[in-house]
Write a protein that binds this ligand. Structure first.
Ligand SMILES: Nc1nc2cc3nc(NCCc4ccc(C(=O)O)cc4)[nH]c3cc2c(=O)[nH]1
Ligand SMILES: [Zn+2]
Length: 369
């Protein structure tokens, strides 16, 4: 019996949406699921108990950040990521390639790997597929990602084709180098928003029989309708009975549109980063708490939300915290936004189990205005 068995419970007759159960060595995940981002080993501002209270079960950490600081061997000596975070649920690590291009300086890519300078101290480093596997094995996440090449959204087709084929060659090297049988290694499909290249990438990765597949190369600046269109011709090429993970996505509407197009797993910094900046997602649409209209607002941030920010405090108080730069503001809004995202995924799962995926989409859009 595989350590990572994925069981489909229902497929929505009105869309490509699926509801499932995904077993991992650190517990079973109900899909579709949203993974909060804990880049450097913490979901910023929250204790593990607060994070669990949002409904999150699985979290994402970043190889790039942890490899630079404190280093993979240190995390291993401290007991591995689950002990380090004190998180008993599943953890996924991204392989680092994407973060190098978005954060590091002077990054250069060759067939061997990526050389770059640390954004912390400028030291020269290089990341190869083999090193990305070794680092992620030291870190000890349940799900790890191949090292891939994610081109910018506006890259010419020739560049995207080269990135697809290099991603495939690197996937082979990752598959070869990966040792730990208690970790699931996911392949990452590239191809921009070009149907022939997406199919080329997905079909080249199928023979590796990865336990799950990620759709990379999106949420890099392309218009949302282009992302949705790309999913429509990409997910059907991926195995029905394996989890599909859309990287770096997204806004609440993107989660709904992604689920309706066959995606099971998501991660995004949006709920946590926007929360820290005073922007809340609510049942009736986004709320910018620093707006003067909330000065004397005695009501809850979101009347339908069970989280501490909504149950215990007024909008006026939350706004006050942000106006004073008090650390409790970002903490409470991070709690709220992650609770909102988890409740949205729960509602989606229930709608799929009842065969009303499109109706759920219409009802949410009507309320968000
Ligand atoms: N290995 C790998 N990792 C990826 C991570 C990604 N993350 C994104 N998008 C994140 C976009 C993003 C960035 C910032 C904010 C915010 O500040 O709110 C929101 C979304 N696209 C991504 C694509 C890849 C990819 O192909 N390969
Ligand atoms: Zn709330």
């Amino acid at each position: 019996m595989s350590k990572f068995a994925f069981t489909l419970l229902a497929t929505d007759p009105t869309s490509m949406a699926r509801a499932g159960l995904w077993e991992t060595p650190h517990g079973t995940i109900e899909t579709p699921a949203f993974m909060p981002v804990g880049t450097a080993g913490t979901v910023k501002g929250l204790t593990p108990d607060q994070l669990a209270a949002t409904g999150a079960r699985k979290i994402l950490a970043n190889t790039y950040h942890l490899a630079l600081r404190p280093g993979p061997e240190v995390v291993a000596d401290l007991g591995g990521l689950h002990r380090f975070f004190d998180w008993s649920g599943p953890i996924l690590t991204d392989s680092g390639g994407f973060q190098i291009f978005s954060l590091a300086k002077l990054s250069r890519m060759t067939e061997e790997g990526v050389t770059f300078r640390s954004h912390l101290d400028g030291s020269a480093l290089n990341l190869t597929p083999e090193k990305a596997m070794s680092i992620q094995e030291f870190l000890g996440a349940d799900v790890i990602m191949c090292l891939d090449e994610c081109p910018p959204a506006d890259a010419p087709e020739e560049h995207i084709l080269r990135a697809v084929d290099r991603t495939t060659r690197w996937a082979a090297r990752c598959r070869e180098a990966h040792q730990r049988s208690d970790q699931a290694l996911f392949g990452i499909v590239q191809g921009g928003t070009i149907e022939s290249l997406r199919i080329r990438s997905a079909e080249a990765l199928l023979p590796f029989d990865f336990p799950g597949y990620a759709v990379g190369g999106l949420s890099v600046g392309e218009p949302p309708p282009e992302m949705y269109r790309t999913l429509e011709f990409t997910t059907p090429v991926l195995p029905v009975q394996k989890p599909r993970y859309l990287m770096g996505v997204g806004r609440p509407i993107d989660l709904i549109e992604g689920v309706l197009r066959g995606i099971d797993l998501f991660d995004c910094v949006m709920p946590t980063r926007n929360g820290r900046n005073g922007m809340a997602f609510t049942s009736t649409g986004p709320v910018r708490l620093k707006n003067a209209r909330h000065l004397r607002d005695t009501g809850p941030l979101d009347a339908e939300c069970p989280c501490q920010a909504c149950q215990r405090f007024s909008r006026g108080y939350l706004r006050h915290l942000f106006m004073c730069g008090e650390m409790l503001g970002p903490i409470l809004l991070t709690l709220h936004n992650l609770t909102f995202y988890q409740r949205l995924m729960k509602g989606l799962r229930e709608a799929i189990l009842e065969g009303r995926g499109h109706e759920f989409r219409a009802s949410q859009l009507a309320r968000w205005g």
